[in-house]
Design a protein around this ligand. Structure first.
Ligand code: NI
Length: 138
């Protein structure tokens, strides 16, 4: 377990208020925990940009009545099978489907697949969430 280091920082009152407001809205009761999580999030972004491995969840909503769309979505996933860990399909209504696709790989690879699916006509929404794999986090 890593040791605890105390840091002090100086912020102007406007920034300090924003910090407390953001922490409160996110449900934090402790500034240190909030700042630690902000640093982790930023670190994930920077690592992702350097090509580190990440995991992602792509949630898509689409109209399966659109001719050929379901096949295209499946085909794109097969072409990136090394990145696709699993997927779950939910029938939202008579014609609308949702799919949650779990991904693993470089940020670029995962984003590329997400954009390929998002661009398809008939895809109504596509939201990609990226997380670290847990390596190099303390
Ligand atoms: Ni469906």
């Amino acid at each position: 377990m890593s040791s605890l280091i105390r840091l002090s920082l100086s912020l102007n009152s406007e920034i300090a208020e924003k910090l407390d407001q953001m922490a409160n809205e996110a449900g934090y009761t402790n500034r240190s925990e909030f700042i630690r999580d902000l640093i982790r999030e930023k670190h994930t972004v920077l690592e992702s940009e350097r090509g580190a491995e990440v995991i992602g969840t792509l949630t898509i909503v689409y109209n399966h009545h659109r001719r050929g769309l379901t096949e295209e979505i499946i085909s794109l996933q097969h072409n990136c099978q090394e990145n696709v860990l699993a997927s779950t399909h939910v029938h939202l209504s008579h014609e609308i489907c949702a799919e949650m696709i779990m991904l693993r790989g470089t940020c670029d690879g995962i984003r590329s697949l997400a954009f390929s699916i998002k661009r398809l006509k008939g895809v109504l929404a596509a939201e990609l969430n990226i997380s670290p794999t847990g390596q190099n986090i303390s």
